[in-house]
Design a protein around this ligand. Structure first.
Ligand code: NAD
Length: 494
């Protein structure tokens, strides 16, 4: 992306006229209820009024996806042809990354440099990764007795509804859509109410890339209406969800009460980050702990929100984290120099601040932040508490904001006990120079991902997902295809 100054981003924002209509069957559709305002967290301004899909519009979208799956060309194309369309889509995202980055920064407050450099890079890489595996699949012919042949083929699972959050609006959509479409499924995407605009632009690029009408539909609207209608819809075969644990429970109920559609859940977390005194570089461990909790304003399912640090090195580590917190450039997401933007909404800001209040009330010691910023927009200061105990709310509940809870321990066994003392199991980390200890601790941690001497490492070849209340199933990697394909056995008498 070319170098764009803060002033020019602001000028582009002022000129922006985003598309707001649902995309159903390859065309724009602005039917539906009253609609809702897309509000920018950078200043509280209304960006656009967005139509809200009720049951009728969801019916239309699912019918379009159903037709495209049952009768359309997409599942029947040569895999290499599906690959070509997905690769074109990736190219178009690259072409329009400045526009997409602007939409993401405006609607959910991610610094524009990260929207481009991190989020859109992940989108482009994801589309290309699944495009490339679209024509690499092999089916099985197990050895059977003479006189018979058995074929085990992977069939596209049908219509996929993807219901996603706002924190990485297009990355989360890509994690669902890229493998689903590569496998030959068709889809209905339901973005979060906080990020309806970037998803519409993203889907328009898919149409431009040559995705046949109805293969990808987008409906916006409130979760309890639009999301629920998808969850209960008998025409949806697979429901792929990323979001909170509470809403994940709803989707399991919707499926149980409708057609038993397959439900995949990527949910919340309260990830422990264990720093042992023999960490290879304590300063690097502290810097990464600070980066991890403040990155994306802490609105990360994998945020290392519980720092478990050995008591012998706690002062040194915490002092460095507090210094980082104070030095962080918090500000306008349209400023390329900004390191942390606002929280996504005023409601979410108030929720995060209520945890700062709970931390104080429960007796934790506030070392940094703990308040909003005195400026328009939904900003919260980078916040650090130490003297946190395991029963405090700030040690147990997902805050989804820039709030770090520091707990100390005396030995590795206690660290593991504290780390696993949570309902969640998305991610964890351990910092040590002792290889055996790293392996032992990593095995003992109940989490979908364990990082050793690093945090937030990822790659499309590596699966991602959780255990316990963090959900089940894996996004990314070849394993994601399990979500969007069915195994079919065909017996042939020879
Ligand atoms: P959310 O659960 O409130 O909303 C997610 C999606 O569900 C949105 O599209 C929303 O409209 C929809 N929804 C809300 N209520 C619904 C209902 N009753 N029925 C059907 N759909 C409904 O989550 P959020 O606030 O958008 O995102 C934050 C949460 O997402 C955090 O808990 C975070 O940990 C989680 N998350 C998890 C991952 C992961 O990969 N595990 C990644 C990112 C975010």
């Amino acid at each position: 992306m070319p170098d764009i100054s803060h002033q020019e981003w602001r000028e582009r924002a002022a000129r922006l006229v985003p598309a707001t209509a649902h995309r159903i069957g390859g065309t724009a559709c602005d039917a539906g209820g009253d609609g809702f305002d897309a509000v920018s967290p950078r200043d509280g301004a209304v960006l656009a009024r967005v139509p809200s899909a009720g049951k009728d519009e969801v019916d239309l979208a699912v019918a379009a996806a159903r037709r495209a799956f049952d009768e359309g060309p997409w599942p029947r194309l040569k895999p290499a042809e599906r690959k070509a369309v997905l690769l074109r889509w990736a190219d178009l995202v690259e072409r329009d990354r400045a526009d997409l980055a602007l939409l993401i920064a405006l609607e959910m407050g991610k610094p524009v440099a990260e929207a481009d450099g991190i989020e859109l890079r992940a989108v482009v890489n994801g589309l290309r990764w699944y495009a490339e595996i679209a024509d690499k699949g092999l089916d099985e012919a197990p050895r059977t007795a003479d006189g018979s042949l058995a074929l085990v083929t992977r069939e596209p699972a049908g219509v996929v509804a993807a219901v996603v959050p706002w924190n990485f609006p297009l990355t989360m959509a890509t994690w669902k859509l890229a493998p689903a479409l590569a496998a030959g499924c068709t889809a209905v995407l339901k973005p979060a109410e906080e990020s309806p605009l970037s998803a519409l632009r993203f889907a328009a690029l898919a149409d431009e890339a040559g995705l046949p009408p109805g293969v990808l539909n987008v409906v916006n609207g409130p979760g309890e209406v639009t999301g629920r209608a998808l969850g209960e819809h008998p025409g949806v075969d697979v429901l792929a969800f990323t979001g909170s644990t509470e809403v994940g429970r709803h989707f399991l109920r919707y499926a149980a009460d409708s057609n038993l559609k397959r439900v995949w859940l990527e949910l919340g977390g309260k990830s422990p980050n264990i720093i042992l005194p023999d960490a290879p570089d304590l300063d690097a461990a502290a810097d990464t702990a600070a980066w991890g909790i403040f990155f994306n304003a802490g609105e990360m399912c994998t945020a290392p929100s519980r720092l478990l640090v050995h008591r012998d090195v706690a002062d040194r580590v915490v002092e460095r984290i507090v210094a980082r917190a104070s030095a962080l450039r918090v500000g306008d997401p349209l400023d390329p120099e900004t390191e942390m933007g606002p929280l996504v909404s005023s409601r979410h800001r108030d929720r995060v601040l209520s945890y700062a209040e709970a931390g104080r009330a429960d007796g934790a010691r506030l070392l940094a932040g703990g308040a909003s910023l005195d400026r328009p927009g939904f900003f919260v200061q980078p916040t650090v508490f130490d003297q946190v105990t395991p029963s405090m709310r700030i040690a147990r509940e997902e805050i989804f904001g820039p709030v770090l809870s520091v707990l100390t321990f005396a030995d590795a066994d206690e660290a593991v006990r504290l780390a696993n003392d949570t309902d969640y199991g998305l991610a964890a980390a351990v910092w040590t120079s002792d290889l055996s200890k790293a392996h032992r601790i990593s095995r003992a941690l109940r989490a979908g991902t364990v990082w050793v001497n690093c945090y937030e490492e990822g790659d499309y070849s590596v699966p991602f997902g959780g255990v316990k209340l963090s959900g089940h199933g894996r996004d990314k990697s070849l394993h994601a295809l399990d979500k969007y394909t069915d195994l079919k056995t065909t017996w042939i008498e020879l």
